[in-house]
Design a binder for this molecule. Structure first.
Ligand code: GAR
Length: 210
């Protein structure tokens, strides 16, 4: 039986992780389907990618988060979603939603948590901070979503050497490439290791990628 995931995006999310996840499942012929993607702006660039790949895309505004969570909960139940995947979703989900939604929720962060995490530390701001601190390495962190911003139990993590990078933009490109590899693999490992993910909402660390 096929596993079902839902992907949440927000703002002007490019959808590059969505497409990397889609391509990974397709290339390896894995029994996973992306049941739907949510956007919170009608003009989100990811809409075009969803149409091209024939993945349903739902417009769910996040201006009232309680309403958003209620609508999302209904969709998750209707599609019997096994795992919710955040990809460029920049809002904080409530503890109540995370407790009651019935499946795990994961996110990807474009640096090594917890040092470069937290409110405001997303997009170019993270890469700029890592670059300006003259770090030799940045990285990618996949984590369960908690009710704190960009925090939660770490599932998988990959260090990316940035010694050769001359600008923060170069760091961003290198890290994004690593996201596109680590996120799909981690999602598949999670789905494979928790056959009854939705019912048990079990949590464990993926060790292969650490
Ligand atoms: C990715 O770099 C992801 O790590 C980041 O948003 C970008 C979305 O890109 N997420 C966060 O910063 C979470 N706080 P995409 O839309 O091209 O997949």
């Amino acid at each position: 039986m096929s596993a079902r995931i839902a992907i949440l995006t927000s703002g002007m999310s490019r959808g590059s992780n969505f497409e990397a996840i889609f391509n990974y499942f397709h290339k390896h012929r894995l029994p996973v389907s992306i049941s739907f993607v949510t956007i919170n702006r009608e003009d989100a660039p990811i809409k075009e990618r969803c149409e091209r790949l024939k993945v349903p895309c739902h417009f769910l505004p996040t201006s009232d988060l309680a309403v958003f969570e209620e609508q999302l909960h209904a969709l998750v139940d209707a599609h019997r979603i096994d795992l919710i995947v955040l990809a460029g979703f920049m809002r904080k989900l409530s503890g109540e939603f995370l407790k009651t939604v019935g499946c795990p929720v994961i996110n990807i962060h474009p640096a090594l948590l917890p040092k470069y995490g937290g409110k405001g530390m997303y997009g170019m701001a993270v890469h700029q901070a890592v670059f300006e601190a003259r770090e030799g390495a940045s990285g990618v962190t996949v984590h369960y979503v908690s009710d704190e911003y960009d925090a939660g139990e770490i599932i998988a993590r990959k260090t990316v050497s940035i010694r050769q990078c001359k600008t923060a933009e170069e760091v961003a490109r290198k890290v994004l490439k690593e996201e596109h590899s680590l996120y799909p693999k981690t999602i598949w490992s999670l789905l494979r290791s928790h056959k009854r993910l939705r019912r048990s909402a079990k949590r464990s660390l993926i060790t292969y990628a650490l």
